[in-house]
Design a protein around this ligand. Structure first.
Ligand SMILES: Cc1ncc(COP(=O)(O)O)c(C=O)c1O
Length: 409
């Protein structure tokens, strides 16, 4: 993150020192740089400027209302996967005609909300879902624009738990099933096939799977002579969690997308999440205790896997950095762990780390995407505070959840 740096020994986010923030704010908490969010969004927009796509931010990656507001003001739409996310996107000021609704198992209640709010597209994933939308639309006397999410059977070459575009994955309709469905779609008078969509996975660092998917879509649309208003190419653009990864280069892909959009005369939609919000956030935590282990020392933090799931869920690596640097060294190996009663509640092993003491503070980096949005009340722990920084201004965008409310049911 460009907006994160040390000034002397102290970690700053934008113009504020975390050390100062800690005088008023108890750990753990999430903290984000608003200017980094803006930079990332504008960079994405600029990459595809010749295509001028509708950029629907994937709300699942971070659904904080104020973050949705920041993005909405920049012109972003939203990709939502639940009725809750849909209503939040609207509440954040994002226009219904900039919202697409994805997901394999939307409920009748959620679909009714989407139809009543007149969103841009409901991206269906089964024939049954399209029929349900048609029936609901008929009852509500509406004609609804739908997209169909296809499964292009392309390997995104990413972690198996975030790969969504292969035939073995539950997502999207196979091309064969889609072709069968097309024969009957004209009998469904209350829906209109306006789009095709794909999303092959997340944290993809190579352009090849995107290019392959584009070619599958292009061939299919030509073969079936579909006349679509939109093609939704999903999200999935990876970010660098370590210095070893090479940033994804989207130059070639963006040219191909431009050509594709012109040739088919359709508006392109993207659904990026991680590439917009991933590197904008930190999770700040305190060292509660230090325990000697058999061959390493455990640094027990006050942040747990309920606050930040990615390491437990995907074995994800997130660099942990000190809030204040010192020049002494820890002896041997150390492992940062959390307080939750699960062995997977751990955040990384380090050698040659700086000396860590109880009551020191650290920051887990690049936690903006799938951090707070994946957090839970596991172990009956309240959801933690979220703070947004813009230059030297600090805004609470979520208060820590009230413990008394939490224990009421
Ligand atoms: C349908 C859909 N669109 C967009 C995204 C956002 O992906 P990413 O955060 O990798 O850009 C996801 C996340 O997996 C998704 O399921």
């Amino acid at each position: 993150m460009q907006n994160l740096r040390y000034v002397g020994k102290n970690l700053f986010i934008e113009k504020l020192s975390i050390k100062n923030i800690l005088k008023k704010q108890k750990t753990p908490f999430y903290i984000y740089s608003e200017n980094q969010i803006i930079t990332n969004f504008l960079k994405f927009k600029n990459t595809f400027k010749k295509t001028n796509p509708l950029i629907c931010f994937a709300a699942k990656s971070n659904s904080n209302l104020n973050i949705l507001r920041v993005l909405g003001k920049l012109g972003a739409g939203a990709d939502v996967v639940s009725g809750g996310e849909l209503l939040k996107a609207l509440k954040a000021g994002i226009k219904a005609k900039k919202i697409v609704f994805s997901g394999v198992g939307k409920t009748e209640e959620e679909l009714k909300i989407a139809i009543n709010k007149n969103i841009l597209l409901i991206n269906c994933e089964t024939e049954s879902e399209a029929k349900l939308v048609n029936n609901l639309a008929k009852k509500l006397r509406k004609k609804v624009s739908i997209g169909f999410r296809l499964n292009p059977n392309v390997d995104a070459k990413t972690h198996k738990n975030i790969s969504t575009g292969k035939a073995e994955n539950k997502f999207g309709l196979s091309i064969k099933s889609f072709k069968i469905f097309l024969k009957t779609i004209n009998s469904l008078k209350n829906i209109k096939l306006d789009a095709l969509s794909v999303h092959i996975g997340s944290q993809i660092l190579n352009d090849a799977p995107f290019i392959k998917t584009l070619s599958v879509m292009s061939n299919l649309i030509k073969e079936l002579r579909l006349n679509l208003n939109y093609v939704d190419l999903g999200g999935g653009f990876g970010i660098n969690y370590t210095n070893k990864e090479r940033p994804i280069n989207l130059n070639k892909y963006s040219k191909l997308v431009e050509y594709f959009s012109k040739k088919l005369n359709c508006k392109i939609i993207f659904e990026p999440g991680r590439s917009i919000i991933g590197n904008t956030g930190l999770l700040v935590s305190k060292v509660q205790f230090i325990k000697k282990g058999a061959n390493k020392n455990f640094i027990i933090l006050d942040a747990g896997m309920n606050d930040f799931m990615r390491p437990a869920l995907y074995d994800a690596f997130h660099q942990i950095i000190p809030v204040s640097k010192n020049s002494a060294k820890s002896k041997g190996k150390i492992e940062f762990v959390g307080p939750i009663c699960e062995s997977t509640c751990k955040f990384g092993i380090y050698k040659n780390y700086q000396k860590i003491n109880e009551n020191d503070f650290i920051a887990i980096t690049n936690v903006g995407a799938y951090g707070s949005s994946l957090s839970s009340n596991y172990n009956t722990r309240p959801l933690i505070a979220e703070i947004l920084i813009n230059k030297n201004k600090l805004r609470y965008i979520r208060k820590k959840q009230n413990l008394l409310k939490l224990i009421s049911s």
